[in-house]
Design a binder for this molecule. Structure first.
Ligand SMILES: Cc1cc2nc3c(=O)[nH]c(=O)nc-3n(C[C@H](O)[C@H](O)[C@H](O)COP(=O)(O)OP(=O)(O)OC[C@H]3O[C@@H](n4cnc5c(N)ncnc54)[C@H](O)[C@@H]3O)c2cc1C
Length: 547
């Protein structure tokens, strides 16, 4: 019988979904970067995590959590204030899976001290993998783990909260934190009149016995259903950091009101609120007047996570692009076998190899910093430089990855449109690009000898690589200039590129050579693929990226 003319034709030459894969085992540059930075023993744990997060079920949760963005319930049916945000169950499931794997706390001991060994590296690998599936929920995950660094300044607050922070349970109930199986923490710094310039904060703190009452607003306060927030407010002695729980000690709902949720470009599974405090109960964290110094302990860690997440988004873009190119035929030949597409994909693979090598090198510095001054100096100088370079490179990279999938890349059924919309935020929050460059300059001006020693070490590690000598000289010259701010982006980008070449040189010297030849000896072209790589180099890079 002939088919009716309107019957849907057979579907062919479409790539199968990139799902039900092990996102760790398939990623040789990741596995090698983890091993090179002390995390080899966690291979099995990471593979289990990679399989779980690479499943079709997790991909579906990521999609659904973003298509059903959170809703603010300001009032109940009778007009009483409620100030609750409702999330889709898929979001809660993502949170539970990340918490179960310790992504929100595994770098700390049960007492809130740094866990040591390769805890940062192993947790970063999980964060990198989870970011490939769903990044919105990672906002409260990163803030919770980072908050411990600030709480450490106030042992009383840390000691009482740590037993609840340290569990691997996710408890979304709206209840006082001390009654819960697990808790999450957020942060409120940015106000209408200033985000970068937090000294302009107008929110006011007045003493109430041993605690404080906070009155004012926050213009961006993400993950509003967190159990507590670290907020900045002006006390008698100046800007101060506070622990502000959703419930006051008497069990009543604290005076935190949400005005509305932001309508964002991406990051849609995550809620970002505008909040007002009307005499909200809070406890001081650190000395009055030392608020920035206290909360910066937290921000240093969230900046690290921005870089990890952006690297993860790019890895996902590369994996999807390569997977598609291996299945899609154009002019009777798979895209992956077309020389021009190979040049694009290989250049992208080189960028991801360098990014993950660099990010893991940074995480090793976080692991070793408590006992090693050199690693502490690396961490201080390179965190803003790496956040700057990795995060700012992600949107352009993801656009290119999207284009590798042609029209399929641009539609919402695939993950690349979501990744693309998500990617700019890591460069903006936790200190935007220029602010990162200024922070590198600040680190160098405060501790010039330590900063220059880090540069010398990186120079030694890149010796002999194409363009490294000139790059080192150019960085040192720029940083010495009295008008250094004007060339700070130039110098910071070069610093990140040099550090990436050094990190890659420890893992895969041939790829460090290629990276240096295309990024240090000459400026990288504005488009991926505008490089002259040898055939063997191309096939090697692509095989490592996705066997
Ligand atoms: C989705 C989302 C969620 C967020 N969640 C939170 C949250 O939970 N808690 C929170 O506290 N904040 C949050 N923020 C706010 C975020 O951290 C700030 O928006 C960010 O730090 C930038 O501050 P700003 O918006 O005030 O911009 P501004 O400070 O006005 O900066 C604007 C631009 O000027 C540049 N700039 C600033 N100073 C200088 C200078 N001296 N020289 C040259 N250039 C400069 C910056 O790099 C930036 O590009 C969130 C933001 C977004 C987008």
């Amino acid at each position: 019988m002939t088919k009716p003319a309107f019957a849907t034709h057979e579907v062919f030459n479409q790539s199968p979904p990139f799902e039900d894969v092990d996102l760790f085992a398939l990623d040789r540059p990741l596995a090698e970067a983890v091993a090179a930075n002390g995390g080899a023993a966690a291979e099995r744990e990471l593979s289990e995590f990679g399989r779980h997060w690479g499943s079709a079920a997790m991909a579906e949760r990521g999609r659904v959590a973003n298509e059903n963005s959170p809703k603010l319930k300001t009032f109940d049916a009778r007009g009483n204030r409620r100030d609750e945000v409702e999330f889709h169950p898929a979001y809660h499931e993502l949170m539970a899976r990340s918490a179960h794997a310790g992504v929100h706390n595994s770098t700390w001991t049960a007492l809130g001290a740094p866990a040591g060994d390769a805890a940062e590296v192993v947790r970063a690998a999980k964060f990198y993998i989870a970011a490939q599936v769903e990044t919105g929920h990672l906002c409260p995950i990163t803030m919770t783990r980072a908050s411990v660094a600030a709480l450490a300044v106030e042992p009383d607050v840390l000691t009482k909260t740590m037993p609840v922070i340290a569990t691997r349970a996710y408890d979304p109930s709206f209840a006082p934190w001390w009654t819960k199986r697990g808790m999450t923490l957020g942060m409120g710094m940015t106000e209408k009149q200033g985000g970068t310039d937090v000294r302009s904060n107008m929110t006011h703190a007045s003493r109430d016995g041993s605690a404080y009452r906070i009155t004012g607003h926050k213009w961006f306060m993400s993950a509003p259903m967190c159990d507590a927030f670290l907020v900045l407010a002006q006390a008698d002695q100046g800007l101060t950091c506070f622990f502000m729980p959703r419930f006051a000690p008497d069990g009543s709902v604290n005076a935190i009101q949400f005005q509305r949720l932001k309508d964002k470009l991406g990051n849609r599974s995550n809620a970002s609120s505008e909040a007002e405090f009307t005499g909200a109960y809070a406890e001081r964290v650190g000395e009055e007047g030392k608020g920035i110094r206290t909360i910066i302990q937290m921000v240093q860690l969230t900046r690290q996570d921005c870089a990890i997440a952006s690297a993860g988004l790019m890895r996902s873009g590369l994996a999807h692009a390569l997977h598609h190119a291996r299945h899609r035929s154009v002019f009777q030949k798979h895209l992956a076998d077309q020389p021009l597409m190979q040049a694009v994909l290989a250049d992208m693979a080189l960028h991801v190899e360098a990014s993950i090598a660099l990010v893991m090198r940074l995480c090793r510095a976080f692991d070793q910093a408590p006992a090693d001054a050199g690693e502490a100096a690396y961490m201080r100088l390179l965190t803003p430089a790496i956040k700057y370079w990795v995060c700012k490179s992600a949107p352009g990279f993801l656009y290119e990855a999207m284009e590798c999938l042609g029209g399929n890349g641009y539609v919402e059924e695939g993950i690349l449109a979501r990744h693309y919309r998500e990617s700019p935020v890591n460069a903006i929050w936790e200190g935007s690009g220029n602010v990162m460059c200024l922070d590198v300059l600040r680190a160098l001006s405060r501790e010039p000898d330590a900063g220059m020693a880090v540069l010398q070490d990186i120079a030694g590690e890149t010796q002999g690589l194409p363009g490294s000598g000139e790059t080192v000289a150019s960085i040192a010259k720029s940083f010495r200039r009295p008008d250094g701010e004007r060339v700070a982006r130039l110098a910071v980008e070069k610093l990140a590129l040099l550090a990436a070449a050094a990190a890659l040189n420890k893992i895969s010297p041939p790829h460090a050579e290629l990276f240096a030849a295309t990024r240090l000896a000459t400026s990288h072209a504005s488009m991926y693929g505008a490089v002259d790589l040898a055939g063997d180099d191309i096939s090697g890079l692509l095989q490592r990226a996705l066997p």
